[in-house]
Design a protein around this ligand. Structure first.
Ligand code: FES
Length: 108
């Protein structure tokens, strides 16, 4: 498996998560305020909530349901009630293409 186009860079609004699904793997893609693009698993590990419906705070994405904020860099929740991390995917940018391989997660 190799990286696939997840979306266009120009489609991303700063600090506004975009939900994408690649090969059935849901992820939240975020352009942070530093201009860096992140992709983390979209399903909160506390419940079946889509993290892309949550809020970007600095370098975290906060679940709207109970407030766990997941690091966009490591996937680790910074606060309870979630305690298990979400996967973090490697993102490559090629021109306007945001490329992600849904089978490859970052080692953190
Ligand atoms: S469902 Fe996400 S913190 Fe509870």
């Amino acid at each position: 498996m190799s990286a696939q186009r997840a979306c266009g860079l120009s489609e991303l609004e700063q600090d506004t998560p975009l939900r994408v699904e690649l090969d059935g793997v849901p992820m939240a893609v975020v352009l942070d305020s530093a201009g860096e693009v992140h992709a983390i698993g979209d399903t909160c590990t506390h419940g079946e909530i889509s993290l892309s419906e949550g809020f970007v705070e600095g370098d975290t994405l906060e679940c709207w349901a109970h407030g766990s904020a997941f690091s966009l860099r490591t996937g680790i929740p910074q606060n309870l009630p979630a305690y298990e991390p979400v996967p973090v995917y490697v993102v490559d940018i090629d021109g306007d293409d945001v490329l992600i391989d849904p089978t490859v997660t970052k080692e953190v």
